[in-house]
Design a protein around this ligand. Structure first.
Ligand code: ZN
Length: 256
């Protein structure tokens, strides 16, 4: 690959005093994961950790000195790649084995990691064909009804299977804010991963539609409000805005 090597891999966008969005600038926009850093009184949360292409912990050290707990919304490679850098790693028990032993098939890299995935390279030795997720076994489990309490703000865990069996979201009732991972984002929803379940996905989205949510911070693309959330869900339930064949979809994203 004849591409530039970039040191300055991440960008940090301040959303509010205690919410920051970290993104891998040189991962193609159609794959780039939203990494959410939430400042808390007792500890900070990192919701998802990107592809793990450059050190993430030192990036966050410049934002906060608090201990960090990583919550992985699900086990796909674009969300868990940096988790191994952190000691406390939470996710759903149903995907425990996939965090422990990610490979080319079970983490989703086979379909999405290709030369066009990268706008630049994270280091001189990087080769997309040898990209693998570093195993980061979960150190604790989160499931429906659990509460993640940072001391000054608390999030309910919602189990929203469908995109993957152990997809979870964090819902702060007080601010009506949802951190949704890939359960919902403002783009074509993806229900054809090897362990996706379309019937269960519909149920999860129907459930989300009934919740009092003002802001959704998704696993990809921009954040949105309740009205847009309803449109995205209604489109999906009507069979629109669904990502079908991944290869064909990627070609469309790249204008081919
Ligand atoms: Zn995913």
């Amino acid at each position: 690959m004849n591409k530039t090597v970039i040191d300055d891999w991440y960008e940090v966008i301040r959303i509010s005093d205690d919410i920051r969005l970290i993104r891998e600038k040189y991962v193609a926009h159609w794959l780039r994961c939203n990494i959410w850093h939430l400042g808390g009184k007792n500890y900070d949360l990192l919701i998802d950790s990107g592809m793990g292409l450059r050190p993430l912990k030192q990036e966050i050290a410049s934002l906060s000195e608090k201990p960090i707990t990583v919550v992985s919304t699900h086990c796909h490679f674009d969300h868990i790649g940096g988790a191994h850098e952190f000691e406390c790693r939470l996710g759903h028990r149903l995907e425990e084995a996939l965090h422990r032993e990610p490979n080319h098939e079970n983490s989703g890299t086979a379909e999405f990691v290709r030369a066009e995935t990268f706008l630049a390279l994270p280091d001189n030795d990087f080769n997309y064909e040898s990209y693998r997720v570093v195993p980061a076994p979960l150190t604790g489990y989160l499931d429906e009804g659990d509460v993640v309490d940072l001391g000054d703000r608390a999030f309910q865990v919602l189990h929203l299977p469908g995109h993957s069996p152990g997809s979870i979201a964090l819902y702060e009732v007080k601010s009506k804010t949802l951190f949704s991972g890939d359960a919902i984002y403002d783009g074509e929803l993806f229900d054809t991963v090897y362990h996706s379940d379309k019937v269960i996905y519909r149920e999860s989205l129907q459930r989300l539609r009934e919740l009092d949510i003002e802001t959704v911070h998704g696993g990809h693309y921009g954040s949105f409000g309740q009205q847009r959330m309803h449109e995205i869900i209604d489109d999906y339930l009507a069979g629109r805005a669904v990502m079908g064949d991944a290869n064909a979809w990627i070609n469309i994203q790249m204008g081919k």
